[in-house]
Design a binder for this molecule. Structure first.
Ligand SMILES: [Zn+2]
Length: 451
């Protein structure tokens, strides 16, 4: 039994879904959060009320409480480019619109403002942790800290110069400096984020693989997103990108392979054998017409699968629940197997499996004793989500992120009744929102200069 003096708060939903054990739904149970922000107890509500009569509590009638959702792939700062480039395939989208805009616009202020907007949007959609890739990672970290949000920020690397630096050595040096300076921030971690096989040379991949081993850092990389990427690799290197990455030492359990739209069975077997995780981003893949990832084969191989929204310029929403619903429907529809990616399994991909991909599953991803109290409640009281036959089904197949009601991260309340409540968060959001016109004007000036 937990010492009553260490319990700081009780959260009392109608349905509690811990994710571990898989598929379990606890009715009229609650969570006792410790002063350290961990889960101190999971018990029937009457038992908690009897044991901790004087502890402050949050009652959540007709709400489902789950672990905080984890967005396994984002470029948060790109919320400032939402809608700036639609209806284009990936390489045209990057070369003719996104990179020219980013080349002129991206700065520390751009990344902070864009990341704060994205973080607020994700939090209000029930996401407690996002796995990002962008330049100025310390600014993305700053925005997450401001919101009280958990973030794994990727040190983005490309082979060419940008407004952030001259090349790989400078991107890595600046990113690792930021990692050192933010080492004391409990909610922020850093990963290595080589952009993609077509923007990274062999030596840089080898350097990043060595750094990953030396520093114990995860690697995020867009891999096999389009057929063009694969065909270009065969032309340039004589082999497909995954074979090239394997020869350079990048394929291993620390790798989160983003997209993986085009994989043959041998590649799926290789990724499974080496413990690679995959970040599945179906909306971005559909919108850029990249294709549909072979999720049924990926799942049957046992690969750890998480779900990501990708950036706002290719989605254009940061609603992980909607993303996961599409993932489940695509898996069913493309396989002819309606049992694939059930509601409970889909929820696990958004929580515990994503935590495993990040190497954080001992801390987050499920509601279990001793883990961090990263929790979200979704309101099922509206007529659109009543009556409730199966609360997990209602969450995954009927809800959208806007039904997220309250959010705790490391035991701290950061969203209550659909409002940001961490100290200074709403104020920061108002300040950034006031600058939106400025960013829009600057982007417009760049576009008219290009045209
Ligand atoms: Zn991406």
């Amino acid at each position: 039994m937990t010492n009553p003096a260490t319990i700081a708060h009780l959260v009392l939903p109608e349905w509690l879904v811990p994710v571990q054990p898989h598929g379990q739904v606890l009715r009229d149970h609650g969570v006792a959060i410790t002063q350290a922000g961990t889960i101190g107890e999971i018990a029937p509500r009457q038992a908690l009320l009897a044991q901790y009569p004087n502890v402050p509590r949050t009652e959540l009638p007709k709400q489902i409480l789950t672990p905080g959702l984890i967005n396994l792939h984002t470029h948060a700062a790109m919320s400032l480019l939402r809608g700036a480039a639609d209806d284009l395939p990936l390489h045209q989208w990057l070369n003719t619109r996104i990179w020219p805009l980013e080349g002129k616009l991206v700065s520390a202020d751009f990344v902070y403002d864009g990341s704060l907007l994205a973080g607020a949007e994700m939090l209000l959609n029930g996401v407690t942790c996002f796995n990002d890739m962008y330049f100025y990672p310390e600014q993305t970290a700053r925005a997450a800290i401001q919101l009280g949000m958990r973030a794994q920020v990727g040190i983005a690397v490309v082979e060419f110069p940008t407004s952030y630096g001259t090349g790989p050595a400078e991107y890595l040096r600046k990113g690792l400096q930021a990692r050192d300076s933010l080492r004391g921030e409990a909610l922020v971690g850093f990963t290595l984020a080589p952009h993609a096989p077509y923007t990274i040379g062999n030596q840089t991949f080898q350097d990043i693989a060595s750094l990953s081993q030396e520093l114990g850092m995860q690697i995020n990389c867009h891999i096999h997103e389009t057929l063009t990427e694969i065909n270009d690799s065969i032309k340039e290197h004589g082999i497909r990108p995954i074979a090239r990455l394997a020869s350079l030492g990048v394929i291993g359990p620390e790798l989160i392979a983003i997209h993986c739209v085009h994989l043959n069975q041998a590649e799926i077997d290789l990724l499974a054998k080496y413990g690679v995780s995959i970040a599945h981003c179906p909306h971005s893949n559909l919108k850029l017409a990249s294709g549909i990832a072979p999720i049924p084969s990926i799942l049957s191989s046992g690969i750890t699968l998480g779900i990501g929204t990708d950036g706002s310029a290719s989605n254009n929403r940061l609603d992980l629940l909607s993303e996961a619903r599409t993932a489940s429907l695509l898996a069913k529809g493309s396989s002819g197997d309606a049992q694939l990616m059930s509601a409970a399994q889909t929820l696990r991909h958004m929580t515990l499996d994503a935590a495993k991909a990040l190497g954080l599953h001992d801390q987050i991803g499920s509601i279990e004793l001793g883990k961090s109290a990263d929790l979200v409640s979704f309101d099922l009281s509206g007529f659109q989500t009543q009556p409730v036959f199966d609360p997990i089904s209602q969450l995954v197949f009927a809800c959208t992120g806007s039904q997220a009601h309250s959010v705790w991260i490391k035991g701290q309340l950061v969203v209550l009744n659909r409002q940001l409540v961490a100290t200074g968060a709403q104020q920061a959001l108002s300040e950034v929102t006031a600058r939106l016109g400025l960013w829009h004007n600057r982007a417009g000036e760049i576009e008219s200069a290009v045209a």
